[in-house]
Design a binder for this molecule. Structure first.
Ligand code: AMP
Length: 217
């Protein structure tokens, strides 16, 4: 078990939040709360929330703060989050961080650490445009850096791999710009509350080793 287990992962799209979250939940039975995954599921189901989010997501813009904050609050209220949780891709604005504070209060949860994965822009764009996602499970691959054993198929569940619509070069660049404009201010926000851990490594094994040391202090 980890000593610090209620976590936020902040980073540009493609910084490795999803990949590191998957590795962490496998080792530590934490609940993975990815607002991007939740929204994509809503879009696929054609719900009202999905319809509201779809066009914004396609163009790489953020969906309204209240919409995502409500989804997160509902998820944090579930019993399985007692074991710890990773918020992946939320909060993404200062307003969302404030809404999260309220959600934490109302669900009786306390944040232990905010992990910022810092990755150079060129690597981000290389990673995003070569990223592959599994249709069946949440596994993430990369054509260049982490290819599957059989092209187009998930090593874990055998389902088809696909490229996210928002991982085209043009949309990836817009998402990176949105990150610097709207999400980066959160780094100072959490630095001021002494919760911030910045990791500047890019190799999964090295990031995991640093996280394990830091989160057990
Ligand atoms: P992600 O899978 O985290 O890269 O998110 C994919 C897209 O979902 C983003 O580009 C946004 O359009 C939307 N999204 C995910 N999380 C949030 C959030 N916390 N706030 C607003 N929009 C979000």
């Amino acid at each position: 078990m980890l000593k610090q287990k209620n976590l936020i992962f902040i980073g540009a799209p493609g910084a490795g939040k999803g990949t590191i979250s998957n590795a962490m939940i496998e080792h530590y039975q934490l609940v993975h709360i990815s607002t991007g995954d939740i929204l994509r599921a809503e879009v696929a189901k054609g719900t009202a929330a999905g319809k509201q989010a779809e066009t914004l997501m396609k163009s790489g813009q953020l969906v309204p703060d209240e919409l995502v904050a409500t989804m997160v609050e509902n998820r944090l209220g579930k019993k399985d989050c007692d074991n710890g949780f990773i918020l992946d891709g939320f909060p993404r604005t200062i307003e969302q961080a404030k809404l999260l504070n309220e959600a934490l209060k109302s669900t009786g949860r306390v944040l232990d650490r905010v992990v910022y994965l810092e990755v150079p822009d060129e690597l981000i764009l290389q990673r995003l445009t070569a990223r592959l996602n599994c249709r069946g499970c949440d596994a993430i691959y990369n054509k260049i850096f982490m290819p599957p054993q059989i092209a187009g198929k998930c090593d874990k569940c055998g389902s088809e791999l696909y490229q996210r619509a928002d991982d085209s070069l043009e949309t990836a660049k817009s998402r990176l710009a949105v990150f610097y404009e709207q999400t980066q201010p959160l780094i100072d926000y959490y630095k001021n509350s002494n919760l911030l851990l910045t990791i500047s490594k890019t190799v999964i094994g090295e990031i995991m080793a640093e996280l394990e040391t830091e989160l057990n202090r």
